[in-house]
Design a binder for this molecule. Structure first.
Ligand code: SAH
Ligand code: MG
Length: 290
């Protein structure tokens, strides 16, 4: 059975007049539910390039990050992952799963933390790793979407608009996915603005995955608020790292560079996903302005 999927990648289209452009770039992947849990590449609303055809970012590379073996995952998790809408191609997702398992081996006693849930593609895999290790994934999102998910923007999905509020609503699909995957107990959605949650977050974590807002201001703020809570020997993963401005938005790459400057050690890379390890001598970043 060949893992396969439908992928579209690109920079943001021009926003409607009056909206702010973030310069973010996203990879959008949605696999339809088929007998192959990872989807059928030849059909469906998001038909496009196969993951294997996606380019790697240009620029400096870290060591290759090995992908975890997805066959170790429960079928219900793989099925929910294949059906979930979102922005994480399977190959990056399985590299992320491997990163989470590495962090769990270092700190099995600690929870994991994700910023940027959307419909839960990443949460399903990281959450499955947390469940297998007997710990918990907390995943933070206000569930109203980023700038690039709003109407008129390239990554808007009209099917995710709540007819009652008129706003994007990704909490309901997330909850359905977690339920289908059997992960209600292991994955705890924290619903709110990451700036507010981060202001009050105090719990040490063994793994932090930054995949939230891609504006410079908020990406930097998420790093400043949450990275200090990664325990020594724990891990930080950053998605959507594009060293070349022409290939994607700057903020996640700037966060990666800031982490390096703060003393985080580069561990590995799989496409736009970068993994860093917190040594004993990491400098705590200055707290952001409130
Ligand atoms: N990890 C997800 C993709 C996350 S997309 C996956 O695997 O599919 C980025 C998410 O960040 C969006 O769901 C958006 O709602 C969220 N987000 C953007 N700004 C935010 C903020 N200030 N606080 C909380 N969540 C935010
Ligand atoms: Mg992302």
């Amino acid at each position: 059975m060949t893992p396969s999927l439908r992928v579209m990648v690109g920079n943001l289209a021009a926003p409607p007049a009056g909206t702010r452009r973030t310069g973010a770039s996203v990879a959008r992947v949605t696999a339809q539910r088929t007998s192959d849990p990872l989807g059928d590449p030849t059909a469906g609303p998001y038909a496009g390039n196969d993951t294997a055809g996606l380019p790697w970012p240009s620029g400096p590379r870290d060591a290759p990050l090995p992908a975890a073996d997805p066959t170790q995952l429960p079928a219900a998790v793989l099925d929910a992952f294949g059906a979930a809408r979102g922005f994480l191609p399977p190959d990056e997702a399985f590299a992320l799963l491997g990163a989470a398992r590495t962090a769990l081996a270092a700190h099995p006693e600690l929870p994991l933390l994700e910023i940027g849930t959307y419909c839960g593609r990443s949460s399903l895999l990281v959450g499955a790793a947390a469940a297998a290790a007997g710990t918990t994934l907390f995943t933070v999102d206000h569930h109203r979407g980023s700038e690039e998910n709003q109407p008129g923007w390239q990554w808007h999905d009209a099917e995710l608009v709540d007819p009652v509020t008129g706003r994007l609503e990704t909490l309901v699909p997330l909850r359905r996915s977690l339920h289908a995957a059997g992960l209600d107990a292991a994955v705890i959605p924290v619903v709110g603005d990451s700036g507010v949650v981060g202001r009050w977050w105090t719990t040490p974590v063994g793994f932090l995955f930054l995949d939230g807002n891609h504006t410079e201001e908020i990406a930097q703020r998420d790093y400043a608020l949450f990275a200090p809570h990664v325990a020594a020997g724990g891990y930080l993963a950053v998605h959507d790292c594009y060293p070349e401005p022409a290939e994607g938005g700057r903020p996640p790459w700037n966060v990666y560079l800031r982490a390096r400057a703060d003393g985080w050690e580069p561990v590995g890379q799989h496409r736009s996903l970068r993994l860093l390890r917190r040594g004993a001598d990491v400098r705590p970043p200055a707290p952001p302005a409130r």
